[in-house]
Write a protein that binds this ligand. Structure first.
Ligand code: FMN
Length: 212
């Protein structure tokens, strides 16, 4: 059975364009994969503990191979529990709006919690980082109000959204990545028509992915 984790980084619920496009993708994927197990993670409706000094110390201890004290042990257990949900998925579906050129901070907070040594990555002094996740696939649904690949940059913004997300996933070992862009959502003459086109592209990609 394939497990898909649907990570929603927009706080806008049903109004969210990225979630709407991602849902169009998911509906088709589910219809073609009746055994697909879907786990929805609405980041703005999910409690995320602060990534505080104890968690930072626990992370560094793991990297350096040092013992955790009692407080750091508890902090690390919390991290492992949250990261396990991510690690246990086979496929990822991200709905991510561009915020100030990059990700909504809630998603960065989640990444800061789960991106951990021995869980998502390893680090060798000679060769650097290596990913620990294997055989995963990610689909990114990326929205932006004004930015588009084809618009002059930096006047309409610079894309630190897709570049950051992909480099983080790559570092964790997730290299099979597809993106669906609905950009721009606002600076377009026909926002509704553009939304329908983006949903159609999502349906087409899901049909292709049904065979993966
Ligand atoms: C806090 C905030 C920051 C934003 N920053 C940008 C930006 O830097 N560039 C851009 O093109 N759009 C920006 N937008 C617009 C959103 O990316 C756009 O409305 C997108 O469609 C929202 O996706 P959603 O409907 O899934 O929430 C921003 C919106 C918000 C709320």
């Amino acid at each position: 059975m394939t497990k898909l984790l649907f990570i929603q980084a927009s706080p806008r619920g049903e109004q969210s364009k990225s979630i709407q496009v991602a849902q169009a993708y998911l509906d088709v994927l589910k219809a073609t994969n009746p055994t697909l197990e879907v786990d929805v993670l609405p980041l703005w409706g999910t409690e995320l503990p602060p990534f505080d000094g104890d968690k930072a110390a626990a992370k560094v201890n793991v990297i350096l191979g040092q013992k955790q004290n009692a407080v750091q042990k508890v902090a690390w257990e919390q991290v492992v529990e949250i990261a396990s949900r991510f690690i246990n998925a086979d496929r990822y579906l991200f709905a991510v709006p561009m915020w100030n050129g990059t990700l909504p901070y809630r998603l960065k907070h989640y990444i800061d919690i789960i991106h951990q040594p021995g869980l998502l990555f390893g680090l060798k002094p000679e060769t650097g980082y290596f990913g620990l996740l294997e055989n995963k696939h990610a689909t990114l649904v990326l929205t932006a109000g004004a930015y588009a690949d084809s618009f002059p940059s930096p006047a309409f913004g610079v894309d630190h959204q897709s570049t950051y997300l992909k480099s983080w996933l790559n570092q964790a070992g997730v290299t099979a990545i597809d993106d669906l862009r609905f950009q721009p959502t606002i600076l377009t003459a026909d926002p509704q028509g553009a939304l329908e086109q983006a949903k159609q592209a999502a349906v087409d990609l899901a049909k292709a992915h049904a065979r993966i």
